[in-house]
Design a protein. Structure first.
Length: 190
């Protein structure tokens, strides 16, 4: 059972996926609620920097960190059941983080130009030059494509049946042989 949460090899069916997913989620919530009960939830005052050394924030960060591995393991095994590599999980996040990386990597002059500070008069959206509007739209498109891929992966892992029979990642968790059973004497015409 522990292997479900720590290993990336093999396959799991939908039922095991959902029960494992819920188990990690419930344990995470219980730990965070327990810490909030013992230490209280810090009050966040608008326009003031929160105190991230508070045990609640530290517990939330640790729970997120420690629940990442089990979530990743069960998603990878579920993709394996669909005869897909676990690397498919990486693609949506790369597409969604690409715009952030590009914006961080931009030098201050480019950022000033995009915000209209060094732009020629006239042009784009809110003082942003037309080129900046197109660039921001293109970066936003990467983000939207990443979100669509995440939705697709959610449907594939959570709701679609795995490969019938063994595949390159192991035997069918449901015990299928790879040959769809047809009852003897079945008339395909009816």
């Amino acid at each position: 059972m522990l292997r479900t949460f720590v290993s990336f090899s093999g396959r799991i069916g939908r039922q095991t996926f959902w029960f494992s997913f819920l188990a990690v989620f419930i344990v995470s919530v219980l730990v965070i609620v327990g810490v909030a009960y013992v230490y209280g939830v810090p009050v966040i005052i608008p326009n003031q920097k929160p105190d991230f050394s508070h045990p609640y924030f530290m517990a939330t960060g640790l729970v997120t960190l420690f629940s990442f591995w089990p979530y990743l393991a069960i998603y990878v095994k579920r993709l394996h059941d669909r005869d897909m590599r676990g690397w498919w999980l990486l693609l949506p996040y790369v597409l969604m983080l690409l715009p952030v990386a590009v914006l961080i990597a931009m030098n201050p002059q480019m950022m000033a130009m995009m915000s209209g500070g060094g732009a020629p008069a006239g042009g784009g959206l809110g003082g942003m030059p037309i080129g900046g509007v197109w660039m921001m739209g293109g970066l936003g498109l990467f983000y939207v494509i990443g979100l669509i891929l995440l939705l697709w992966l959610f449907i594939v892992t959570g709701f679609l049946r795995g490969t019938n029979g063994p595949n390159r990642f192991g035997p069918d968790p449901l015990g299928g042989t790879g040959v769809d059973a047809v009852p003897e004497g079945h008339d395909w015409a009816n």
